[in-house]
Structures are given as structure tokens and as C-alpha cells.
Design a protein around this ligand. Sequence first.
Ligand code: HC1
Length: 567
Amino acid sequence: MLQVNIDGKTYNVNEGSSILEAAGKAHIKIPTLCYEEGLSIYGGCRLCVVEIEGERLLQPACATEIKEGMVIKTHSPKVQEVRRNLFELIIASHDISCKLNCLTCSKNGNCELRQAADIIGINQVRLKSRDKGYSEDRSSYSIIREPNKCITCGRCIRKCEEVQGIGIFTMANRGPATIVTTFEDKGMGNVECTNCGQCIHSCPTGALHEVYHYENVWDVLNDPSKHVVVQTAPAVRVAISEPFGAEPGAVATGQMVAALRRLGFDRVFDTNFTADLTIMEEGTELIERINNGGILPLLTSCSPGWIKFIEHFYPDLLPNISSCKSPQQMFGAVAKTYYAEKNNIPLEDLVVVSVMPCTAKKFEARRPEMEGDVDFVLTTRELARMIKTAGIDMLALEEEEYDNLMGVSSGAADIFGATGGVMEAALRTAYELITGEELEKLDFEMVRGLEGIKVAEIDINGLKVKGGVAHGLGNVRKLMDRIKSGEEFHFIELMACPGGCLGGGGQPIPTNEETRTRRMKAIYEIDKGKKMRKSHENSYVQKLYDDYLGKPGSHRAHELLHTSYTA
Ligand code: HC1
């Protein structure tokens, strides 16, 4: 421990801490735009400068390590003046529309630039903003980039490279002309972007946001000739209440269902239903591959960011990918066949909308292999925006139930939303279906939690089934390399986003270590509170097989629920 004096008070701080970390522990807020927990230090914005006794120049708190006996002033008059000048320079290089009309910005309510202005005490901006005149990058199905709003903090660059292990962004030009762009300025849709949207969570301004579908959804909801059904992903229910002021991890399933009905959706269904269906299909595929000497390990296929990643970086492992469509796409396929036929709804009148925590799901819905299953994909943030626009006080609503039959699901489906959940759900079912015995303990703790890579072994009828789990594409890459160097597994769950879907690029802002942890806790509580906790016990999934699909892995099931990918 080291002893330091910050703003006149003495603190004991851990060796190796930065001034920014030490001040944070002392509940002193130092403004910063380029610092983000978990990323390397850049020190570019300089807003976090502080005065250190004995030093002539101000020092950046993020990049300066605490030393024994340091005397630090975090908000002296000198510091405040320098911060105000620096902030004006940042603002001058930022889109002028920000000052004129921040109401239309994607970060309205979450803008870190505004938050910094608040701490710094900005009351005038003397410099004239430069309209940089860059055009928007609309090349991606998932993400829009507005370079005029970029303040070149470099967080998206570091997130993509250091956490996701990809690196599609780079700085170009020098001085005031510096800009963040993609390789040869090709646009996000034309480089190795996986559409995961983690860069959106890092962007302090509105320079990065999802491709909006909510206007299309309003249009179909207002068209009386359309029958509009909606599905909600497992991880949305533990995050949707955050934009309404609830604590992260507050569960709002029933209120979200009620709000969706008030928005005008004709049926409110649950992606969790097809998550149970996925376990039936993927479990069957796993058992077949094990019994018939098929290609192992079987790799999960539900995270579209991960699918794009393997296509770019490990195309030789594509035969290992499960042929199952994701639950989102399975839902669309079932809605547009079974549901439409049963209810005599002409396909041209049926619209399938998804609410997903994920930006890559927008890309997945447009993949040519599955196009038409799902029409529009809203992020959790977009749904919150629609609910607010409709003047609905969601948290005050009485809880309502999903519609039958595609609204009933097991706890195993709920945990799909957390890293390790698909693996755990599959193990619950595989064990009971293979052995014919009831599992004594349903909780597979070894695949839970936020550790980057998890490995578990379970004895099923004498066969030691080895499973692996990785979340966040940087960890996924490490696990892929272990496979390529010969380590043997039977089944591997891979999720593009840190924490799994609960940390998806479409989730409310902020999505960080704390919100991920709290949403995860909530997901396991939902599972624990359910009577039905195994996918194969979902009698409505059984009914779908009896009525329409035959049995898991049947020809019909393959036609509707399976696909293939080529690099
Ligand atoms: Fe996911 Fe999935 S769990 S991919 O993380 O398999 O997005 O929540 O909907 O499709 O069910 C996301 C979440 C989601 C699919 C399911």
C-alpha cells in the first residue's frame, strides 16, 4: 500500500494504481473521454490532467502511476482552466449539429461529452466548430458510423483490437484532420467487421450506432393489413428496464410483454421457445456426430458475430459448425410456416419482428442463406425508444404472459443469454436423453461466470464429454487456436460478445463489467425460479414436433431449422 494525498485528504492506495483509479476509489470524479476500464491507456484526450506537487507540468491521471507521498490536486484552478480549453478544442472538431440538435443524436441521454462538460463546468464555447464534411458510413447491415461526431478518442479502435481481437478501425491523417476509419476507408460492411457492436458501447459520442429498424416497425404496426408478431431474446428481459431508470439486472419480462401489446403487436412470443427447440436439434446433432464418428468438436451456431468471425478467420473449421439456425432464425422459420398455416395468415401479410440484445442479428436476418425468416430486428435500445415514444410507463404496467405456443420456455432457454448457458442447457438435455436418468444437480457451475474461457467435463454413460466455452472474440480466437493445435473437445459454445448476449452490442448503455455481472445474476435467478428447467421438458416444443416437424433431426426439421455457411 502507498500513502497519497488527494485534494487535501490522505488515502492508502494499492501499488501500481493510476491516479485516475486512486481518485475513483476516493469517490473523486475526474473527467475523461479516452479512458475505458479494460482497455489499454491512450492518454489522448488529456481531460484527466491533474496537478502534482513538485511537477511543473500537469499530468494525465489515467497514465500516471501513484508514487509514495504524492500530493495531487484534481480540480485546482489551473487544472480547471486547462480542462476547459482542451474541451473547447474537442468540441470544435466535433459535428456542429451536436450543439444545435443533440436531441436527435443516438447518444441523447448517454453522451459522455455532455457528462464531461457537466463535470468541467463548461459555460461557453468560444471556438467555432468545424464541419468536417465526412459522409456517413452506411455500408453495414448492422452499424452506422458518423465520422463527423467522432472525437478520435480511439476507444473503438482499442475495443475492436484488444477485446475482440480483430482491429477493423484505424486512425488516418494527422493533426486536426485525424479521423478514425476502416482499412482503405472501405466501410464497415466491406472489411472484417463481425457486426458485434462492442464499438458502440465504447463510443463516448453518437459516432457509432445500430442501423435502425424501429421506423420500419412503426410502419407495419400502423398498417392494419399486417399481422405483426414479435419475439424477444433471452437477454433482453434483464436489461430493458435500465433505460427506464431501473437498476441493471432488474427483471421486467411481464412488463415488457405488456408494453409490446400496447405498442400494437398482434402476438408476443419468446425466442426462448426456439432456444429450447435449438437444444433438441443441436443435441440430436451432437449425439449423432459422437455416435457416427462425425466431425468434432461441434461448434455452436447461435451467435451471428461469431459466425462472421469464423468465416473470416477460421474458414477451415466451418464444417465443425452446427447446422442449426440460431433461435432467432428458427423462430422466423416456424412463424412463417407452422404459425402462418395454422392461423390462415397469408405470408405477404405476416411480419416477424425480433427484439435482440445484438446488432449482428440485423446482419443475420439479411444473410442470403436465411433471408425472409425475420423481417426486422430491433435492439433492446430501440425497443426502449419505441416504448418511450408511445408514452408507455413500462415499469408501472401489470405483468402479462407471452402468447402460446411459441411463448413457453424452460429455464434452460433463459440461460442462453449468459456465457456458458447454451452449454449448460445442452448438457442438461444430453445427459437425460442419453442415460435415461434424471440429473441430480442441474446447475453446471463450471461453465458459469465471466472467465474468458471455461472448460468442463461430464461423464455420460462412461463417455467423458468435454465441453469448452468462450465469450468475447479475443477469447474465442484463443480457444480456436487450442483446437487447431490438437486439443480435443466434443462440444464448444462460442459467443461474440463479452458475457454472452447479456453484454451484446444492442444492450442499454452503459454495458460494462458491472452491468454484465448484474444481468447475469438475474438470468440465473429466472432459471432457478422456473419449474421447467430442461428444454426436452417443454411440452409445447413436443407439440410442435408432433403437429408439424416429426422428430428432432427429421427431414422437415432440417428443411426449416438448419442451414449451412460458406466462407
Ligand atoms: Fe442471444 Fe440466442 S442467446 S444468440 O445470445 O441463441 O442476440 O439473448 O436471442 O438467436 O435464444 C442474442 C440472446 C438470442 C438466438 C437465443
